[in-house]
Design a protein. Structure first.
Length: 415
């Protein structure tokens, strides 16, 4: 019987079997499979029966001719499977092991091994029409749209609301995004931004403005948040600063410390006022310092404001530090030299430097037209600068100019 089994194994070498494979060992689990490759036992005799499963193929198969059924070798311990199939019917007869099944219809079906087709094999036109192939990725492209469907990172960034059409116009950003892995590079940084306080619906706009945060080391990002916390910035303040200035956390701890020190020393502000200043306008920590230095020089030298007046104006309107120099000087010249408003009144209402020049000019000329252009608080019919600039047109006409809105609109047509 043993020699018959060996001949059967040799005959079944490299055959593909479909159905159930039965083992003579009750401790061996028979696993159904679509295809198994059977090989004869290695070594002379073949006295053990066990199955080795690797990539869903059986690579070792032999029959046991021992009457007592010696245990499998240690090499097979890790690949033994317990057979609970009721179809297995093992008979031990006179020291020999036989395989049988209740019904011949359940015997394995043996097919000849079919070689895999070659990539150079010719196929018919009809077969070619049924082949589905995705178009290859372009080696170069002017748009990220060609890569969105193939990149998990780009797909999920689009779902977050990131505007790839803007990012692809920036140098080197498109190539950077294509090299990112979502699980390795993006996911943890998104969770970090949410923990910092960036709202989920704002993550897309945040990454559209600052995609480079995805390449920052996560440990460095955490250190920068810890630095702000050590400077007594509250959680809400940090959230507001990061959302308002997306590049804030790209700055090193040393650079952030230098920026805070600059504003405190240059403006002569206290620690609390410096903190309030950058919370209201966090771009002061990320933008260039040259416009800030230039505006301070203009206020001191060209416009003639004193240090305490500059402190008061900057504390009230931090945008003055980043405003256009030409706009500030033009507004000051008209307010001071044309309308006769002194420095101390402009200091009380520095929001006038954020107003539109034509708005102030049209209203002043109309007040002159109706004879009510009076800006001296010691004189009757005094018109405060804040009301001149901030009130709506209808309120301005009724309360300040003592006229109608139609009169003001008619006058504007004459200018």
């Amino acid at each position: 019987m043993a020699s018959l089994c060996h001949r059967a194994c040799n005959r079944w070498t490299s055959l593909r079997v479909s159905g159930l494979l039965f083992s003579s060992n009750p401790e061996v689990k028979v696993m159904p499979a679509a295809s198994y490759s059977l090989h004869p036992p290695t070594g002379a005799g073949g006295h053990r029966c066990f199955l080795v499963q690797k990539r869903w193929r059986l690579t070792h198969f032999s029959f046991s001719s021992s009457a007592t059924g010696s245990p499998p070798s240690e090499e097979a311990d890790s690949v033994q499977f317990v057979d609970n199939s009721p179809l297995q019917n093992t008979k031990h007869n006179q020291g020999r092991t036989e395989l049988s099944t209740p019904d011949d219809s359940l015997l394995p079906i043996v097919f000849d091994d079919v070689p895999l087709p070659s990539v150079f094999e010719e196929i018919s036109d009809e077969e070619a029409l049924h082949i589905e192939a995705s178009p290859p990725l372009p080696p170069t492209s002017f748009t990220l749209r060609d890569y969105v469907d193939r990149s998990e990172t780009l797909t999920k960034l689009v779902l977050l609301g990131v505007d790839l059409s803007k990012l692809q116009k920036r140098p080197n950003v498109a190539n950077m995004l294509l090299r990112l892995d979502f699980d390795r590079d993006v996911k943890d940084r998104l969770l970090f931004l949410k923990d910092v306080g960036v709202e989920e619906e704002l993550l897309g706009a945040f990454l559209t403005r600052n995609p480079f945060i995805l390449t920052e080391d996560l440990e460095n990002l955490q250190k920068r948040v810890q630095y702000l916390q050590s400077k007594k910035f509250s959680t809400a303040a940090i959230s507001r600063m990061v959302s308002g200035a997306p590049y804030l956390l790209n700055f090193s701890v040393e650079r952030l410390d230098n920026r805070l020190g600059f504003y405190q020393e240059e403006l002569g502000l206290s620690t609390q006022k410096t903190r309030d200043l950058v919370i209201r306008l966090p771009k002061l920590l990320t933008g260039s310092l040259e416009p800030v230095k230039e505006n301070l020089r203009v206020c001191r030298i060209e416009l003639g404001f004193r240090e305490n007046e500059i402190q008061q104006m900057i504390t009230c309107v931090p945008k003055l530090l980043l405003a256009s120099k030409s706009k500030v000087t033009r507004l000051f010249d008209y307010l001071h030299n044309t309308m006769g408003i002194p420095h101390h009144l402009m200091t009380k209402f520095p929001q006038a430097f954020n107003a539109k020049f034509l708005r102030i000019k049209d209203r002043h000329l109309f007040l002159q037209h109706v004879g009510r252009a009076q800006y001296d608080p010691s004189q009757p019919n005094y018109i405060p600068l804040d009301k001149l600039v901030a009130t709506p047109d209808d309120v301005f006409c009724v309360t300040l100019a003592k006229a109608t809105l139609s009169d003001f609109e008619t006058f504007q047509k004459t200018l």
